[in-house]
Design a protein around this ligand. Structure first.
Ligand code: NAD
Length: 295
């Protein structure tokens, strides 16, 4: 049993903390929102009055927060309160620069740290089947791995500080672009009088095959579990896809990479969000493309 502090008990953090409790760990947690605190308490998390109290006796600290500014602010607050040798793990999806700054904050206090963003969504968080993409030194990764295994099924060491975040935004840039590509193909098929099922049957077993088509098919019917069959309820909200595409474009600019399709995908999701659809599953982008086609 490990004593773990978990800060940020929202849609992802709540079920992740619950899985740590189920695995037999002692979990102390904190969240700014009363509803998140209450739900985590019902799952066996001991709720502290503030983040710095939750980390007092922790051997491992995990954060699962909205963005880089929240992670830097919480890490600055709690690091002076943690015991020597405490392992710091951030599972949020944040920009690579903030991830590297958070590692530097930990290093100033001689604390091991890893960035370990996830993929798999709220379903994976509940089922304990997340994929973790980790960045940090080998010793910190080895210490984190058994803890992450209580919340995920695949744990990949991607490299040094920030490499987990780099892997996450590169993957999600592919995802955003591929979802638009698959949606464009269905809109073109509609115009050509080709049925959704016929396109799916061909493309899912041909060179057009990809996760956006076979797991998150943007039209209802061919993949019964995809959000399109459930009125495009997320799943993975378009606002979160836009956040990740923005992170990819910030990183591309800073690193001098040329990512024209990533930039175009960002602008298409931005228009979708500005039209009030940020809460729709990201596969709902097909509506935006039909709208552009004047349907
Ligand atoms: P969420 O908004 O449900 O949860 C974030 C929680 O952090 C909230 O409960 C909020 O109250 C809390 N919080 C914010 N500032 C805090 C502070 N200073 N102290 C304590 N608590 C604070 O978001 P989420 O869906 O759980 O996502 C969390 C992270 O995981 C994000 O970075 C997101 O991009 C990433 N992510 C989400 C998904 C998904 O499908 N939801 C998938 C993969 C990755």
């Amino acid at each position: 049993m490990t004593s773990i502090a978990f800060i940020g008990l929202g849609n992802m953090g709540g079920p992740m903390a619950a899985n740590l409790v189920k695995a037999g760990h002692s979990v102390h947690g904190f969240d700014l929102t009363p509803a998140s605190r209450d739900a985590a308490k019902a799952d066996g998390v001991t709720i502290a009055a503030k983040a710095a109290d939750a980390v007092k006796n922790a051997e491992v600290v995990i954060t699962m927060l909205p963005a880089g500014k929240h992670v830097l602010s919480v890490w600055s607050e709690i690091i002076p309160a943690v015991a020597k040798g405490t392992l710091m793990i951030d599972c949020s999806t944040i920009d690579v620069e903030s991830a590297r700054k958070s590692h530097a904050l930990a290093a100033e206090h001689h604390l091991p740290s890893i960035d370990a963003p996830v993929s798999g969504g709220t379903g994976g968080a509940k089922a304990g089947t997340l994929t973790f993409m980790a960045g940090g030194d080998a010793k910190a990764f080895a210490a984190a791995k058994p803890i992450l295994e209580a919340m995920g099924k695949k744990i990949v060491h991607c490299g040094d500080a920030g490499a987990g975040q780099a892997a996450k935004i590169c993957n999600n840039m592919i995802l955003g672009i591929s979802m638009i590509g698959v949606s464009e193909a269905f809109v073109l098929a509609e115009k050509l009088g080709l049925s959704h099922q016929a396109l799916f049957d061909v493309a899912s077993t041909s060179s057009g095959q990809c996760w956006s088509l076979t797991s998150y098919c943007p039209v209802p019917g061919p993949v019964p579990t995809s959000p399109s069959n459930n009125e495009y309820r997320p799943g993975f909200a378009a606002a979160l896809m836009l956040k990740d595409l923005r992170l990819s474009q910030e990183a591309a600019k800073a690193a001098g990479a040329v990512t024209p399709l990533g930039a175009h995908a960002e602008s298409i999701y931005e228009t979708f969000e500005k039209a009030g659809h940020g809460g729709v599953d990201f596969s709902g982008i097909i509506h935006q493309l039909r709208h552009l086609a004047g349907k």
